[in-house]
Design a protein around this ligand. Sequence first.
Ligand SMILES: [Zn+2]
Length: 69
Amino acid sequence: MCIICVEFQSNKLTANEALKNVSEMRGNISEEHAKEVLKMIFVDSIRKNRKPKSENEPEADEDWKYGSD
Ligand SMILES: [Zn+2]
């Protein structure tokens, strides 16, 4: 357990923030634990049925609506 696990599991971090923290903490936590944290984030995002980076994806382009007759 590290600060990322604790905060992520108490919903203080989003998946995106936790991923960012893992990359920033790479020197402070073991490589093995980093993998565990990534797995935890991945499993959790599947459970919530959404991708960790969905917040950063651009809005769907809806221009096609105007081209239809
Ligand atoms: Zn941890």
